[in-house]
Design a protein around this ligand. Structure first.
Ligand code: RP5
Length: 164
């Protein structure tokens, strides 16, 4: 799971409670043979840790950052403000507002500081992993083939008609 030193994808989240969602990103990247470095980095509770992570992200070799947070979800946007490494934001489904708060906190960035925002919850985390893989695959032909095979297998698994 965590491979500090050689991972090109960082998966960060605001709380341990986000891991149930964010593990979906790590899982699909694992299926594709992409190493990840997984960390808890909170914009609110550990702002210094977030700052240090984001400022070092490019030098540490990360090419994509997946950042998940819920509620007042400032983490993806703050990280995007501190690094030029592309940031994919995953709105974690909150208890109070079912993740609409997370989504709106992440998606509506001012022009100039982009966060690629995914769907709320586990679907968003899985798709963030797939997007990260697709970005890396632009300069990794082996990964590109594995990604195409993964997608072909998903298509092949869809039956023509529903089964009882
Ligand atoms: C956010 O607050 C986290 O990203 C999490 O989604 C939410 C709730 O955190 P916990 O109270 O469960 O630690 O910062």
């Amino acid at each position: 799971m965590t491979a500090p030193g050689n991972a090109k994808v960082a998966i960060v989240m605001g709380s341990q409670s986000d891991w149930e969602t964010m593990t979906c990103a790590e899982e699909v990247l694992g299926e594709l043979g992409v190493a990840t470095d997984v960390r808890i980095v909170s914009a609110h509770r550990t702002p210094d840790r977030m700052y240090d992570f984001a400022k070092r992200a490019a030098a540490d070799g990360f090419e994509v950052i997946i950042a998940g947070a819920g509620g007042a979800a400032h983490l993806p946007g703050m990280i995007a403000a501190l690094t030029h490494v592309p940031v994919l934001g995953v709105p974690v489904q909150s208890r109070a507002l079912s993740g609409e708060d997370s989504l709106l906190s992440i998606v509506q960035m001012p022009a100039g500081v982009p966060v690629g925002t995914l769907a709320i919850g586990k679907a968003g985390a899985t798709n963030a992993g797939l997007l990260a893989a697709a970005i890396l695959a632009n300069h990794d032909p082996d990964l590109s083939q594995r990604l195409q095979d993964w997608r072909a297998a998903r298509s092949a698994a869809v039956t023509e008609r529903p089964v009882d």
